[in-house]
Design a protein around this ligand. Structure first.
Ligand code: C2E
Ligand code: MG
Ligand code: MG
Ligand code: MG
Length: 281
């Protein structure tokens, strides 16, 4: 009786594995299809000057809409795109979507920038630099209006990342280091790469003003930014107390739910229209 039981168990496990792999690969298929048919969306989250509280830019965050208005989170499908050779076409699509909405955004705020997240692969070759050089003149968007977010994960091949970042900056793009402080690459790249802005990871901001262990790290992260003469954006600012701590410590800008959640372009336009009426400093 035990042998058949073992066989049944084995079969059940094999069936479960088969279903898992089939679902996963059908999700990849659907993602490939969504990218090909340009069925992804971009939401915009404001980046504000902590002193004037005016919006100075926005981060473009990709969304995968499903039936009935649901969205799959980028935390799930961006890694899937990376693992299945889809990420470069996804990055191109995000750029296209941003470019299509850029003219309207710039009508309300001509000095605004929108930052686009690059994947590690995008930093390993000059392909995307060429895409930007070709695309932006076609749509009449100045390079200064498109910023690039690069994570330290993209610096595994430090030589090509340095090259690509150098070329992006030479073309007139701001380069922002995303999730700063969470990378495994060490900080030595900061001595050899030129970048414009450090985005301090949300995990350090969460605990600002609390007793948690990372709360004592935040001032040191900010200090690194100051000693390198880099501008800083704090990610995930949710409370007024965090905003005030950051401003008191010389962090220029912030992004987070306190100022605005990521929203579709139309809602971001409405946000900007109101923001424009804010008193000038
Ligand atoms: P990220 O680039 O660090 O983006 C910031 C994330 O923090 C966003 O999550 C944003 O919605 C969230 N966030 C911002 N402020 C707050 C806050 O105050 N509280 C909380 N709880 N969360 C906040 P999202 O949109 O889910 O994106 C997650 C990650 O997916 C991004 O992290 C980025 O690594 C990746 N991603 C998003 N869009 C793209 C894209 O177009 N290309 C690539 N390669 N990656 C992308
Ligand atoms: Mg980002
Ligand atoms: Mg970030
Ligand atoms: Mg982050």
């Amino acid at each position: 009786i035990w042998l058949p039981f073992g066989v049944v168990l084995g079969l059940a496990a094999a069936a479960a594995l088969w279903v898992f792999i089939r679902n996963r690969s059908s999700m990849v298929g659907q993602l490939r299809d969504a990218i090909r048919r340009k069925r992804l969306l971009v939401h915009y989250q404001p980046i504000v000057d902590l002193t004037t509280r005016r919006c100075i830019g926005a981060e473009a965050l990709v969304r995968w809409p499903q039936a009935k208005g649901a969205m799959i989170r980028p935390d799930i499908f961006v890694p899937l795109a990376e693992d299945n050779g889809l990420i470069q076409s996804m990055t191109d699509l995000v750029l296209d979507l941003v470019c299509a909405e850029m003219a309207t955004l710039l009508q309300l705020r001509s000095d605004l920038y929108v930052s686009i997240n690059l994947a590690a692969i995008d930093l390993s070759t000059e392909r995307f630099v060429a895409v930007l050089k070709r695309k932006l003149p076609q749509v009449g968007v100045e390079p200064a209006r498109i910023a690039i977010e690069a994570t330290e994960r993209g610096f595994m091949d430090a030589d090509s990342a340095r090259d690509v970042i150098g070329k992006l900056r030479a073309s007139g793009h701001r380069v922002l280091i995303d999730d700063f402080g969470t990378g495994y690459s060490g900080l030595s790249y900061l001595q050899t790469f030129e970048v414009d802005v450090l985005k301090i990871d949300k995990s350090f901001i969460d605990t600002v003003g609390t007793e948690a262990a990372t709360a004592s790290v935040a001032p040191h992260i900010v200090e690194i930014g100051h000693s390198l003469n880099l501008k800083m954006i704090a990610e995930g600012v949710e409370t007024e107390a965090q905003a005030q701590w950051l401003q008191a410590h010389g962090v220029q800008s912030g992004q987070g739910w306190l100022f605005g959640k990521p929203v579709p372009a139309a809602d971001f336009l409405a946000f900007l229209a109101k923001d424009r009426q804010a008193p000038e400093p």
